[in-house]
Design a binder for this molecule. Sequence first.
Ligand code: ZN
Length: 101
Amino acid sequence: MVYDIFSDSGVLDFFKIEERKIMAFIAAVCSHYHRNPYHNFCHVVYVLHTTYMMLMRSQVSKSLNRVDQLVLLIAALCHDVDHDGKTMSVTGLLVIRVQAT
Ligand SMILES: [Zn+2]
């Protein structure tokens, strides 16, 4: 499914990214996800799919160039890499900053 999203989005053809290279990248990213109850690779596939659907079904894609689209998909795929599943560090930082102001 992850490969299909990258392929269907057109970024692989546009950047001439070979299938074996994107598959190796996806496998490498997957290997850095832990078996957490939530922040695991299944969650990331869901986020990637949602991102892809928003990209393809909305007007967003018209305002993003191909680099932006590739970065968006990679960010969705990698956003929880090595997450320990115990904390929401980004959310925690936001809460701390809001409370400090
Ligand atoms: Zn996440």
